[in-house]
Design a binder for this molecule. Structure first.
Ligand code: IFM
Length: 440
């Protein structure tokens, strides 16, 4: 493996997945509070009410990160913690929490990367139509300004949105995520407003934080066809259009992918497609969250006439996601060739496995170590092919609330015992530590 001297290593988390303190110190309800408290939505009825209790344990969590020598930490801000109703009066206790978090990170010499939206929309805004309501663009911009003005003297690295595809389509098309709708038209409205919100928020963050570095985070999987047949090749291309290019094209080219606009036809009625040009606002980097490859065959049914194919081998994680590190290299090269990004970060990569119990202060998570090593190598191979990859954030710093899977899927490089909230580093944390040491 060969990484440049200034390559940045880090770990990542998200507010609703770790903070807990769901209604404490004035935090408003978010869509995940409501969704997870509705029976049937989350496995075992789990909620993020307590999660990793990070709201109360952030000091020891950061101390642990500092012990590992982690140079950068990507966290997200809970919108309803800082503006409980989503618009209007800020909550000073919530703002104080992020002040303390950032101060301690800086004291520990850890560079903070703040994500503004990692899925915990204030429920009060959902009650007003949420991301379907065009007003959400202004609501988000106002929230971005508040946070930029509050933290911008210390936080220089900002991400507007995490994984807009997941927000739009798992939240509003498949209904697996909050708010749990199943309406393709609504999902495209949501996607559109997310892209506009990103485009409008970037200059506002720059205004509030003069030396800000700003970007967006997309979840991009490497997409393959199940066979060489024309029908399967087209199916794969459509899936790419649905999941990757629907966001990449606006962000880099200022328009939606024409083949998908044709395919979707009147599903897009009511959307001012031209308006998406605002999403092509210049940014300083793009974040890519990479986990797996998706393989598709043609199918005669469904909105996209595609069918997922699972290659016949046993390299799958506990999420049933194929382990395919080559896909990371291929995807990074594809994105670089097609869109010429100025700088890329892997803002998430990691895997859920059934880990053994901690023994003598360590969890031997061999599967995760193998997964991460292979993906680090894939990142290094991409750099060798000219990809401007500048950093790598492992998902996740610690085990946490894995959305509809509740606490049954562990992605952490630090083990969390949810009954006692004890943290125990896994072997994968030591691997990351090694990578960081080699960098020094
Ligand atoms: O846990 C999530 C994270 O919130 C967003 N990206 C994917 C991770 C694993 O599913």
């Amino acid at each position: 493996m060969n990484f440049p001297n200034d390559f940045l290593w880090g770990t990542a988390t998200a507010s609703y997945q770790i903070e807990g303190a769901a209604l404490e110190d004035g935090r408003g309800e978010c869509i995940w509070t409501r969704f997870s408290h509705t029976p049937g939505n989350v496995l075992n009825g789990d909620t993020g009410d307590v999660a990793c209790d990070h709201y109360h344990r952030y000091e020891s969590d950061i101390a642990l990160m500092a012990d590992m020598g982690v140079p950068a930490y990507r966290f997200s801000i809970s919108w309803p913690r800082v503006i409980p109703a989503g618009t209007g009066a800020p909550n000073s206790a919530g703002l104080d929490f992020y002040d303390r978090l950032v101060d301690q990170l800086l004291e520990a010499n850890i560079r903070p990367f703040a994500t503004l939206y990692h899925w915990d929309l204030p429920q009060a805004l959902q009650d007003r139509g949420g991301w379907e309501n065009p007003d959400v663009v202004q609501w988000f911009v106002d929230y971005a300004r508040l946070m930029g003005e509050r933290l911008g003297d210390r936080v220089k690295d900002w991400m507007t949105l995490n994984e807009p595809w997941v927000v739009a389509f798992l939240g509003n098309y498949t209904g697996e995520h909050a708010p749990g709708k199943q309406d393709l038209k609504a999902a495209y409205q949501v996607a559109h407003h997310l892209l506009l919100a990103h485009g409008e928020a970037v200059p506002v963050i720059r205004q509030a934080v003069p030396d800000a570095r700003v970007g967006i985070v997309l979840n991009l999987n490497y997409v393959d066809a199940a066979s060489d047949s024309e029908a399967d090749q087209q199916a794969a291309r459509r899936h790419e259009g649905y999941a990757n290019r629907w966001f990449l094209d606006p962000v880099f080219k200022g328009h939606y992918p024409p083949d998908m606009v044709d395919w979707l036809g009147d599903t897009l009625d009511g959307i001012d497609l031209e308006a998406v040009k605002v999403a092509a606002v210049p940014t300083d980097f793009m974040g890519i969250n990479y986990y797996t490859r998706n393989m598709f065959a043609h199918d005669d049914t469904g909105d996209f006439k595609t069918r997922t194919v699972h290659p016949d081998h046993d390299r799958y994680t506990k999420m049933n996601w194929e382990i395919y590190p080559e896909g990371l290299t291929k995807l990074l090269v594809q994105v670089t060739e097609e869109y010429s990004p100025n700088k890329l970060y892997i803002t998430e990569n990691g895997a859920a496995f059934d880990d053994p119990a901690p023994i003598n202060g360590v969890v031997e998570d061999t599967d995760r170590v193998d997964y991460l090593k292979a993906h680090f190598e894939a990142g290094s191979a991409a750099i060798a092919q000219g990809v401007p990859l500048a950093g790598y954030f492992v998902w996740s710093f610690m085990d946490n609330f894995e959305w509809a899977w509740g606490y049954t899927r562990r992605f952490g490089i630090v083990h969390v015992d949810y009954a006692t909230q004890a943290r125990v580093p896994k072997r994968s944390a030591l691997l990351l530590q090694e990578m960081i040491k080699q960098q020094a």
